[in-house]
Unconditional design. Structure first.
Length: 226
C-alpha cells in the first residue's frame, strides 16, 4: 500500500513534526482543507488526505492554481506535481474510521458537533490567516464548521468558507457528467467542483453549496447525496 504513494506522499513536508493522521500544518496559512475523518489509507500511511481522495485534492488544487490559489510551491520530491501538504489539512473528526476497523466510514453528526471535538478542530486551524480560504468537503465538515462559526473564538466573519462535495470516489461518482472514459469523467467531475468553488468565491457566497447540476448565481444547494 505504501509503494503506490511513494512520490508526493513521502516528501519531506509530511515527515515534519506537524503531521498527524488527521491533521497536517503546512507552511501556507492562507488556505485550509477540511474533510470528514481519516480512513484506511490515512491509518496505513500515518498522514491525512491520502489515497484517491488525496490524489483528487491534488487535481483540484492544480485546477485552482493561478486563480484562487496562487504561487503554489512544488513538492520537493516531485517537481511536476503540486503538493497538498503545503497547506493546512484537517478533518471534522480526528479518529480513524473504516468498516474493517470500526464498522463505519465516518463519525455521527452528534460526535462531530461535540464541544470537545469542535475545540480540537479550532486548535487544528490555529494560526491560519484571518482571511483564509477554508474548503469544507462533505456534510460532516460542513456541520462542524457551521457550528464552529457560531463561537466567538472562531473569527468566522473574516474567513472565506467554501462548501463542496467530499472528494472520495463514492461521492464524486454521483456527479453527473458525459463521457465514456472513466478518467475523463473523473476529470470533468473535479472540474465541476472547481467551478462550484470559484462560483462561491466570485459571488462572495460563503453560506451554502452550489448546485453541481445547474450552476447559476442563485443556486447554492448541493444535490442530496453529493
Amino acid at each position: 500500500m505504501k509503494k503506490e504513494n511513494e512520490t508526493c506522499e513521502n516528501c519531506e513536508k509530511v515527515k515534519s513534526g506537524n503531521t498527524l493522521t488527521h491533521c497536517h500544518k503546512g507552511k501556507r496559512k492562507d488556505v485550509a482543507f477540511i474533510f470528514s475523518c481519516p480512513g484506511a489509507k490515512e491509518c496505513c500511511l500515518k498522514r491525512p488526505v491520502a489515497g484517491e481522495t488525496g490524489k483528487n485534492l491534488d487535481e483540484l488544487i492544480k485546477k485552482l492554481d493561478g486563480g484562487i490559489i496562487n504561487e503554489i510551491e512544488k513538492c520537493s520530491k516531485n517537481k511536476d506535481k503540486i503538493c497538498r501538504y503545503d497547506f493546512r489539512l484537517t478533518n471534522s473528526w480526528k479518529d480513524v474510521e473504516f468498516l474493517e476497523k470500526t464498522g463505519r466510514s465516518e463519525a455521527t453528526e452528534e460526535e462531530v458537533l461535540n464541544n470537545k471535538n469542535l475545540k480540537r478542530l479550532l486548535f487544528d486551524l490555529r494560526g491560519v490567516k484571518e482571511d483564509c480560504l477554508i474548503f469544507c468537503f462533505g456534510k460532516k465538515a460542513k456541520f462542524a464548521i457551521k457550528e464552529l462559526s457560531k463561537k466567538e473564538s472562531f473569527k468566522g466573519g473574516g474567513y472565506k468558507i467554501i462548501y463542496l462535495p467530499h472528494l472520495g470516489l463514492q461521492s464524486i461518482n454521483q456527479i453527473e457528467v458525459e463521457g465514456e472514459n472513466s478518467n475523463k469523467r473523473k476529470e470533468k467531475r473535479i472540474s465541476k467542483i472547481v467551478k462550484c468553488a470559484k462560483h462561491q468565491i466570485d459571488c462572495n457566497c460563503y453560506k451554502e453549496e452550489c448546485d453541481l447540476k445547474k450552476l447559476h448565481p442563485c443556486s447554492h444547494i448541493t444535490p442530496e447525496g453529493v
